[in-house]
Design a protein. Structure first.
Ligand code: MG
Length: 304
């Protein structure tokens, strides 16, 4: 088992994007700074997409403008095309993430183009990012199943990942976008990716939609995945299961890893305090469990 795992906090983007009401810019900035204070060093803070389609992210530039630049902290902007990349670069993102969906139908619905066209857009973006000194990574979405096409063959995921790897990404991620994957699939897919892309750093993005998110994260770590996406409080839904639980909760994940002896560099008590703060901001309970149960062994509560 690896001794350390890096956390990419996706709550401020993937998490908040599913909130029904528009969250004030100042609250988003506060959220991000609390996560940084807890020790998170990579955060997906905004998406640079059409604000008419995603009103929650219309303030992407304002969020970036308000964030203090800190050595070693990467503010990640999600982009889906070149226009989005140009906005993220101008806003000062030090890292961008691009999503390419393994299924053509889902890619077409989400991004308005085919998977192949998104791969080509990614290769163009990756070259521009390298030239600008911006870190660039790519996620293969719906890698464990598609709401339109059903099962996705692992060979297809590997084919898309290999095509994307030509852009020399910082890492390749596999995302269980609709939360249907199980641990044996993770083990199998990671083995296939390692064989096809030796030396390529891998990241996992799992959802608790069907309560398999944390088990999938465990399988990923055991298989050698070095980076995991998670959201504080477990906020964020699945766009095709409106009532479903979202991303794996960062504090639940950090609890598991810490007790296993896997270091994340994140302060668990501060994470829990931040999840509780987030509940107050959203005016409802978040799906995470540590926020209710607390840590073990019991620790004195800290301010978020
Ligand atoms: Mg997600």
């Amino acid at each position: 088992m690896q001794r350390s795992v890096e956390i990419l906090e996706v709550g401020p983007r993937d998490g908040l994007q599913n909130e029904p009401g528009v969250v004030p810019t100042a609250t988003k900035v506060d959220f991000i700074q609390r996560a940084v204070a807890a020790g998170i060093r990579r955060l997906e803070v905004a998406s640079f997409v059409n604000p008419k389609r995603v009103p929650q992210m219309a303030d992407a530039e304002d969020v970036l403008k308000a964030l203090p630049r800190r050595e070693g902290v990467h503010y990640v902007g999600l982009v889906l095309n070149r226009k989005g990349f140009d906005r993220a670069a101008a806003a000062g993102c030090t890292e961008i993430g691009m999503a390419v969906v393994a299924s053509d139908t889902f890619n077409q619905r989400n991004q308005g183009v085919s998977t192949r066209e998104s791969i080509d857009a990614w290769l163009d973006i990756a070259a521009a990012a390298h030239a600008a000194g911006i870190r660039a990574q790519v996620t293969v979405s719906a890698a464990f199943g598609c709401p339109f096409e059903g099962e996705i063959a692992p060979e297809r995921v590997v084919e898309v990942a290999v095509a994307c790897a030509q852009g020399q990404p910082h890492e390749v991620a596999i995302a269980d976008t609709i939360g249907v994957g199980v641990p044996s699939q993770v083990t199998d897919l990671v083995a296939r990716l390692k064989a096809a892309l030796p030396g390529m750093p891998l990241r996992g993005h799992f959802h608790n939609t069907r309560n398999t998110g944390l088990a999938n994260a465990y399988a990923a770590v055991e298989a050698g995945v070095g980076v995991l996406d998670a959201s504080i409080g477990g906020i964020g839904g699945c766009p095709f299961a409106p009532a479903a639980t979202g991303n794996i909760p960062t504090e639940d994940l950090v609890y598991m890893l810490r007790r296993m002896g896997v270091e994340t560099g994140v302060d668990l008590e501060r994470l829990i305090a931040t999840a509780r703060w987030l509940q107050d901001q959203l005016g409802r309970n978040v799906p995470g469990l540590l926020v209710k149960a607390g840590s073990f062994p019991a620790q004195p509560a800290v301010a978020a």
